[in-house]
Design a protein around this ligand. Structure first.
Ligand code: DGT
Ligand code: CA
Ligand code: CA
Ligand code: ZN
Length: 583
């Protein structure tokens, strides 16, 4: 990995913003901002310019800034920026860019209300807390709320939960044409990343013009960014950018492989091809000479499937979710890739809400919906008493609900097993929201963080450990509490959390809601390697959310997770035996 021009410019821009929030000299603030602008306009790689000794010839780049550029080129980071981040919460930069805020107010909200993220600002504004601050009134508070709404419509990367349905619709729309022989999503959306820069679509066909025309004339197109013979790009009204490429069916495999990426995976693939005397690109595998030059007279190998690309290179087929150059090529070479979990493996959902707390459907409606989705068992897990905003259940209501659930379960017979659970809050002080003697009466207990998310590492870690070590807690819900677009994960000692979960045999959730996807793939991978039990749940607050399961599965697959690592693939018999083995 090495920083690109754009990334270096972005770091300078953020330094400039943080200096401004801190109240530094405006000339200093501007020097970093101008450097960022210069770098964005430079058409050549900074690495090359630096090696020629030409950095200081650029506008607004003097010795100090040039030294910082060199530092980033060499170390991939900037000490100055790291120090600023330690002093000024980075979320303030996003806050200051909201229409109606600016650096002074960002600092005010931080100092007066401890607000460090856009989500926290929105919550405070919703609750009317900004209006009482010096220089603020109802009007300026409303302006900020409007600004936050505008921001959410135009942030850089789209959430996969928004991008995937939109992309699938376009693909289906194009595949209606007889000229479109085959089609697929490629790029980050096919790899299942949590956020998507732009959507890449490939279509196989010999006559591209009608496909291009149909694409650029869709009714949800805001702007046509390019309309070529075989490639077009548009921006949708939602702000999402979409690229469509048309190619011959005979080259489908190399093209799909190339445009699926990731870039790092492609680079490794090309290296493997070269070892075998072949040059790999989107068009073909071409024999090369000792100088790695393509032998024009030699016959090229065309691949009409991705399977053929991998097979030709002597590799096991790599599922798109694994293509991040995180060891998959090496393992594929040995033929030892995992058999990733699929939807067919899932037989239950262990986390969902009802009208008893903040869900939109009754228990009965959720039960019918789970039956329709083929689940063998399910757990009703409404919020606990301290979560007032979510209508959390008092002890009396919790016990009454459990009785209702058990009655319904008896009525349902063998059709589905319904368990009485709770999603109990881990309170900010580290206490559990219900006493042990109440938890002992529940079939299944989730403990989750919902507040105090900005606490220091030691404190947050201790709260998670308290929950894991509580004998009645069966699962930690959305363990890091991250939320897209801008609520960061809590800062916890994950080694300690995973070790404790392993020790106590406590499940860690992979929350399938595309705004959470928590555990994230890297942590899910560590967890399953350590033997921590996992579960993939929707956390549904309405029936439609029960269909978010595939996002959780994709996230789990990105963490190399197999069915055997996931508790809600077990039969009900096995699951209830596991529950009985616990207090
Ligand atoms: P995104 O759009 O930022 O979420 O991420 P991607 O991975 O979809 O990236 P994108 O849209 O720029 O390009 C799609 C794929 O095309 C990328 O994953 C790999 C491939 N690709 C793009 N540019 C290059 C390149 O210069 N060399 C190679 N080998 N592959 C590239
Ligand atoms: Ca893309
Ligand atoms: Ca693209
Ligand atoms: Zn929940």
């Amino acid at each position: 990995m090495s920083l690109s021009n754009r990334e270096i410019a972005d770091i300078f821009e953020r330094c400039s913003d943080m200096l401004q929030i801190r109240g530094d000299n405006i000339h200093r603030v501007l020097s970093y901002r101008r450097a960022a602008e210069t770098i964005r306009a430079v058409p050549r790689d900074l690495r090359v310019i630096s090696s020629e000794g030409g950095l200081t010839d650029l506008n607004y780049i003097g010795k100090t800034i040039a030294a910082k550029i060199d530092e980033m080129l060499e170390t991939d980071q900037l000490e100055f920026y790291e120090r600023l981040k330690a002093e000024i919460p980075e979320g303030l930069v996003d806050i200051m860019h909201i229409n109606g805020v600016g650096p002074k107010k960002a600092k005010l909200f931080w100092e007066q209300l401890d607000i460090t993220t856009v989500v926290e600002l929105q919550t405070a504004a919703d609750a009317g807390k900004l209006a009482g601050l010096p220089g603020m009134g109802k009007k300026s508070q409303q302006k900020i709320l409007d600004g936050i709404e505008a921001l959410s419509r135009q942030t850089g990367r789209a959430n996969i939960g928004d991008a995937l349905p939109a992309a699938q619709k376009i693909l289906d729309h194009l595949l209606e044409l007889p000229e479109a022989q085959e089609g697929a999503l490629a790029g980050s959306i096919r790899r299942g990343r949590e956020t998507i820069g732009d959507v890449d679509i490939l279509i196989a066909g010999d006559n591209a013009a009608p496909i291009m025309d149909r694409f650029v004339s869709m009714e949800n197109v805001a702007r046509i960014l390019g309309h070529g013979p075989t490639k077009s790009s548009v921006e949708l009204l939602s702000g999402l950018q979409v690229d469509v490429r048309v190619l011959e069916k005979a080259r489908w495999g190399t093209a799909l492989n190339y445009f699926t990426g990731s870039l790092a995976h492609n680079v490794k693939m090309r290296g493997i091809a070269l070892e075998q005397g072949l040059s790999l690109n989107e068009h073909a595998l071409s024999p090369v000479d000792e100088n790695k030059t393509i032998i024009e007279s030699a016959e090229k190998i065309l691949c009409d499937s991705e399977e053929k690309v991998y097979e030709t290179l002597g590799l096991q087929y790599v599922p798109p979710e694994l293509r991040e150059d995180s060891g998959e090529i090496e393992v594929a070479r040995e033929g030892r890739l995992p058999e990733l979990i699929t939807r067919a493996d899932i037989v239950a959902d262990l986390h969902m809400h009802s009208t008893w707390s903040d869900g939109k459907n009754t228990i009965r409606e959720m039960v019918d919906a789970c039956i329709a989705r083929g689940h063998q068992y399910m757990v009703i897990t409404d919020h606990s008493r301290s979560l007032g905003i979510a209508n959390g259940l008092s002890i009396e209501r919790l016990l009454a609900q459990a009785e209702e659930v058990r009655q319904l379960n008896a009525e349902m017979g063998d059709v589905i097993q319904i368990l009485a659970g709770t999603e109990m809050d881990i309170k900010a002080d580290g206490e559990m929201d219900y006493p042990d003697e109440i938890l002992a009466q529940m079939d299944f207990v989730i403990a989750s963080l919902h507040s105090g998310l900005g606490q220091k590492r030691k404190q947050v870690t201790q709260r998670l450990l308290n929950a894991i070590q509580n004998p009645y807690v069966d699962m930690i819900g959305h363990p890091s509490a991250r939320q897209f677009p801008n609520r960061e994960a809590v800062d916890a000692d994950w080694d300690a959390v995973l070790a404790a979960a392993k020790e106590q045999d406590t499940i860690l959730e992979i929350n399938a809601n595309p705004l959470r996807l928590d555990l994230k793939p890297e942590l899910a991978r560590l967890a399953k390697d350590m033997g921590v039990p996992l579960a993939i749940n929707t956390d549904a607050h309405r029936i439609a959310h029960l269909d978010l399961m595939p996002y959780g599965l994709t996230n789990a697959r990105r963490g190399w997770v197999e069915a055997r690592h996931v508790v809600n693939t077990w039969t009900f018999e096995r699951f209830s035996r596991w529950l009985k083995s616990r207090p």
